[in-house]
Design a protein around this ligand. Structure first.
Ligand SMILES: NC(=O)c1ccc[n+]([C@@H]2O[C@H](COP(=O)([O-])OP(=O)(O)OC[C@H]3O[C@@H](n4cnc5c(N)ncnc54)[C@H](OP(=O)(O)O)[C@@H]3O)[C@@H](O)[C@H]2O)c1
Length: 167
């Protein structure tokens, strides 16, 4: 059995995840949640996300960056030219496979899981606001999910819900 694919994402009610190459919000509790969930695991991420997270390899993370320019590879950071190649590399490494975006990588992962029936665990922080942005989480709500955890929280700017959904 292949390992399940964990998608981890924070998204607004209107599915916005990013703006101008950055997160459109600063929510320390969600940043901590993201760092804790990915520590010690394989993290699969697009080249833009990688460039905004220079310390991705800290805390025992094993990064696999998806890019057409695989020459960027270093000692710790592995490069892959497609999601399929990233998952093939991930299969040979210890740890859970955490898919960390961006937009196209989330979409390709959900599509792959749909076509292959591979298990997906979605670690979703829903930010209860409509937020302006230019990157989006693909629609997930029409799919049948089993909710395995839910926690409400808030800071001075946003209310948000930490959800775990599986299919
Ligand atoms: N809210 C969240 O949880 C969350 C999570 C992740 C990202 N974000 C936000 O989303 C934005 C960054 O994501 P993004 O979607 O713009 O970019 P991205 O996925 O991080 O990077 C895009 C790049 O990745 C490579 N790539 C992606 N898919 C590929 C494929 N199938 N095959 C080959 N290469 C591929 C290409 O790199 P090359 O150009 O090098 O070939 C492409 O230009 C930021 O605003 C960030 O803050 C938010």
């Amino acid at each position: 059995m292949p390992k399940p694919l964990h998608l981890i994402v924070a998204c607004a009610e209107n599915r916005v995840i990013g703006r101008d190459g950055q997160l459109p919000w600063h929510i320390p509790e969600d940043t901590q949640h993201f760092h804790a969930a990915t520590a010690g695991q394989i993290v699969v991420l697009g080249r833009v996300c990688f460039e905004t997270w220079p310390r991705v390899a800290l805390d025992g993370r094993r990064p696999i960056v998806i890019t057409r320019n695989t020459l960027l590879a270093g000692d710790v950071v592995r490069m892959a030219s497609s999601l399929d190649q990233a998952l093939a590399i991930a299969a040979s490494l210890p740890g859970e496979i955490m898919i960390c975006g961006g937009e196209r990588i989330y979409a390709e992962t959900l599509a792959l899981a749909e076509t292959t029936g591979r298990a997906v665990i979605l670690h979703l922080t829903v930010i209860h606001a409509e937020v302006a942005g230019d990157r989006f989480m693909p629609e997930w709500r029409h799919l049948a999910w089993r909710e395995t955890s839910r926690r409400e929280s808030a800071d001075e700017k946003f209310r948000y819900t930490f959800l775990t959904l599986e299919r």
